[in-house]
Design a protein around this ligand. Sequence first.
Ligand code: GCB
Length: 606
Amino acid sequence: MVEKTENFLEDIHRRNYEDPFLQRMCRWNSWVDPTNRTTESLNGKWNFAPDWYDTCRRAAWYRERVKDSEGHPLPLDFDWESWERIPVPSCWNLQKPELLYFEGAGVYTRTFRYRPLQEAERVFLYFEGANYRTTVFLNGIHMGTHDGGSTPFSMEITDTIREENRIVVSVEAYRRPERVPMENTDWFNYGGIYRDVYLLRLPPRFIRHWFLRLQGDGSFSTLLFNVEVDEGKEPIPVSVQLRIPKLGIDVPIVIQGGKGNACIPLRTAPELWSPEHPYLYPVEMLLKEEKKGNGETRRWDRVEDRIGLREIRVEGQNILLNGKPVFLKGVSLHEDHLELGKATTPEILRSTIRHLRELNGNYLRLSHYPHHPRFSRIADEEGVMLWEEIPVYWAIDFTNPITYLDAENQLSELILRDRNRASVIIWSVGNENADTDPRLSFMGKLSQRARELDGSRPVSAACLVNHVKLAIEDRLAADLDIIGLNEYYGWYDPDLTKLRQLLNNSRPTKPVVICEFGGDARAGQGGTVEDLFSEERQAWIYREQLNILRSYPYIKGLSPWILYDFRCPRRLNRYQESFNRKGLIDSNRSTKKQAFAVLADFYRSL
Ligand code: GCB
């Protein structure tokens, strides 16, 4: 606290200016599923300025105070309308060359009109993703703050929205030691509102979110369903009618205390979702109020979706998809795009899947944070299996309860967002974290949290090898269903014979997925297998690695590092030039390196 004196000035002397904004956090429990809702996009050009000293929040620009308490005009340090306009969604780093390495706070603002479309309509603001801390003001009032760079959040604005509105959003992307990820990562810290923003119009009582899946007991004969309802200011008796016409399901589910659960026996065997047959069932949910007397019902809400039914389970050293062993033929992926950064388009997502097909693959590791929500929807349609992950990366502050809360919140937001997607088969709780006691307890709790929100999928994490004992040995493995392993023999450690020793020394009782291996190559760089950064060296690493990995039956999947080269400010040699060059394809997303064909041939042979 700063002592207030007679010459104290609120705007410049107050240190803890951020505290009030942290009293109203948007977290997983305020999230509303936006699937197939009436939305109104707020994408488009917003006025924007990099706010180098975070003055918008410090000096309360969002209040738009133009006169003092005696009515005298005040000089303002901002002028919304004269600011340049940049597109939302986008990463500010790619809007102007001088913003490329900008990692501070940026202020976005725009106006919009609003007219209710239904009686007693409730309105929410929905952000699909902004990096990292987002503080939202509407008509001068703080509406909510969100932490975490890749998960969605929503906030109710019913009581504040007017016909004419000004929204001011401060997004700050500082790298900080207590964050998730912390300040040291092997990727680029793009800032800004880089995914869609919209208004969500909802009825006074509505379905908040829901979860539908097969029971997972190997019989494919029972569905489990959970639903959460926002009952509005005055709760009344309601039920949710679940309809899956193609399965002959039309059942009412009683809602109590805002929640409903059901276990629904299937009369016919369902068509199961798989990469070969990505079948999706149309599903409908109706929120109804039971009217006494004449038996009429009032319908409050209606939600539709398309859901794949499949079972993913681990048995011994096997991963079973619909009861049958499956091998995950994959590759890892960052969200990085040369012109768009973390922003993306459906075309880009589909072209990524085309590249996976050319590799003869069936699986992608979406590393190291939640990717665009559209990805799992497209993967559902296309029949691609996904590993999804939160950025509990490297040296997170495992002793800090604030860091844990943030990580748990990001995990919860990801699982709520994607647990209805058949394509998502694994939740990963982190990547390459040293095996310490605080980390074991932190990530153990995360694994538990994942199972609490979704008991239907295996939990994993990308672990490091024990390079002293040369073995797969990580105490976290006891908490995981699948052991993820990153190893770079042939690259960081050139001695590939150690890989064989390591795999011989290990007796895992669970399936192992090699989540990373690989090496850098600059596209077009020729040389011999001895030459680091040549395509030949990279292709050689792939050949040698695959030759070894194929002979260990407990290895049930691969996602080498990585499909595309990506921006990476830590990588500064003349071949890298601020890019990680371990891609099988150049950062232009079209030039394939030699190793691409090596992996494609290997997957074809399986
Ligand atoms: C890793 C990390 C990944 C890096 C990669 C590399 O083990 O998980 O984020 O980019 O190695 O290229 O060193």
